[in-house]
Design a binder for this molecule. Sequence first.
Ligand SMILES: *[C@@H]1O[C@H](CO)[C@@H](O)[C@H](O)[C@H]1NC(C)=O
Ligand SMILES: *[C@@H]1O[C@H](CO)[C@@H](O)[C@H](O)[C@H]1NC(C)=O
Length: 398
Amino acid sequence: MGGKMLRLRLAIIAPLFLLVAFVGAAIADFNYDAYSYPKVFDVRRYGAKPDGKSDSSEAFLAAWNDACQYEGKARVVVPPGEYVTDTILFLGPCKGSMGFIMKGRLTPPDRLSHSDEWITFRYVNGLLVSGHGTFDGKGYVAPTPKPPAISLRFEFINDAVISHIRSLNSRNAHFQLFGSNKIRMHNLLIRAPGNSPNTDGIKIGASTDVHVTNSVIGTGDDCISILGKSSDIYVSQVLCGPGHGISVGSMGFYDNNAENDVVTDVTVTDCTFRGTSDGVRIKTWATANAGLVRNLTFSNIHLDSVDNPIVIDQEYCPYPPCKQVPSRIRIEDVTYDNVWGTSRTAVAVKLNCSKMYGCKGLVLRDINMVQKNGLDAVSFCSHAVGATHGVQKPSPCL
Ligand SMILES: *[C@@H]1O[C@H](CO)[C@@H](O)[C@H](O)[C@H]1NC(C)=O
Ligand SMILES: *[C@@H]1O[C@H](CO)[C@@H](O)[C@H](O)[C@H]1NC(C)=O
């Protein structure tokens, strides 16, 4: 090989190097963390055993704690295999952004050391929970009832992506968000038997800017429930069933100040409900607690064999004592746009509003529902005020 050839190669390679260095520098300048390779903290290196028996809690926690001290992008990785952990608190704040990459299957022991929680993430800024793995709460296979632990809690988390995770058979809610902001949840598979109590899919409380998209949720309670002090919630492409549908509330149960019972700016769009007890529902207890539900849109909703497709229930009281005073939760500006399908009961649209305030600014646009047996469905309104546009089946009562 002559010197000429070498020079030619250098002439080609050198600018390439410069280009790579330049682009690299530009990226580093722009957002180093987003483009850098993460440092992996493999729980097996910390002694976790994928034998489906040994308690790996300490190993998981040690991996998290080291990752949390790393000044860069850190990923706790759980390789394939079945692991068992007790209640774990993954605590921040951490020095860089964190990831928990579950590639295996995690199960709890029958008795958890904190009976109401299994896995909790708290005070983390920048969190990815992903990995195509499974959290199996083993809630219903027990010979004896198990204390109702929430499978995955996210408390005071900012800027998180929770995706490509399966959550099965929780003992209480599958996912619960509290005090969290900018949360993107997608490609989740959530399953519990239709008769398993309180197994909500995703409970959103005191949280803002939350998106739940492209997920399949079937449980014994609400697929998604949006609770007080939450706003800017976007739900799209969710298949719900079995379960109790997507709910705002319940609200007004606990005696607390008015600001706790406020939910605003919610969009639920392009969702399907199959065989659920309720479709899209707003529920408030008939108590004297004040609150506000405002600016909700339910659009492109398909209901397939749902007991109660559209529900506003301000007399919500699934178990006594029911106080029977008019609800003081105001419901305003709720739009139902392009809702179609079949109802298993005659009342496909039920708008039972507070005798004290009524509901204001309700909009029904292009509603097309019949009973499952082919008969016409009906609407029920009480203290409901608003407007209708386009197709209206059942005939409206607004
Ligand atoms: C209603 O909520 C949507 C988001 O769901 C938001 O874009 C819109 O600005 C809100 N409207 C008002 C009047 O607050
Ligand atoms: C509506 O609420 C009233 C109480 O205000 C209750 O008695 C009634 O049963 C409810 N109607 C329906 C159809 O749920």
